[in-house]
Design a protein around this ligand. Structure first.
Ligand SMILES: [Zn+2]
Length: 153
């Protein structure tokens, strides 16, 4: 069973928290109000959680916070090869913003610069154009998504 529902976010209080019931034991939460995500496996002491945080950048570790139910929230990273990326960008949890970067098609004469690892003779068709980077305040996560055209303006 797979059902999607909107709930009130227990982190920011917006009503734009998308809840997905993966199975009877696992739920995932994606809030479009604050841009943070959580799931029922992300609890302190859980092996899954400890494994996940080890691989995270420091900013993400600093931004992770527990809500009243013990759920851990962390900033969402969006990476869509043909659209762009949205990610938390900054020096620390007090000085950060959402960064959005647009994907652009790779031109025929530059494709050699974008080989697909492990696939000889294959090249990426899209690349992230870092010159398009634009920063958004935490509460403007949805505007960042609109910027890379994941959401309508
Ligand atoms: Zn939220």
């Amino acid at each position: 069973m797979n059902s999607d529902n909107l709930e009130v976010c227990s982190r920011c209080g917006s009503d734009a928290c998308f809840v997905n019931e993966v199975n009877e034991n696992v739920k995932t939460y994606q809030c479009f109000g604050c841009g943070f995500q959580s799931n029922t496996l992300m609890q302190k002491g859980e092996e899954f959680f400890e494994e996940q945080i080890e691989r995270l950048p420091n900013l993400h570790k600093e931004l992770m916070g527990e809500d009243d139910d013990g759920k851990i929230w962390m900033p969402t990273t969006i990476n869509l090869p043909e659209k762009g990326m949205v990610f938390a960008d900054g020096a620390n949890s007090k000085e950060w913003k959402w960064a959005a970067v647009k994907a652009v098609p790779v031109a025929e004469d530059e494709k050699e610069k974008f080989p697909i690892p492990g696939k000889k003779g294959k090249f990426y068709k899209w690349r992230m154009d870092m010159s398009t980077i634009k920063h958004f305040e935490e509460r403007d996560f949805m505007e960042a998504l609109s910027f890379i055209e994941v959401l309508p303006e």
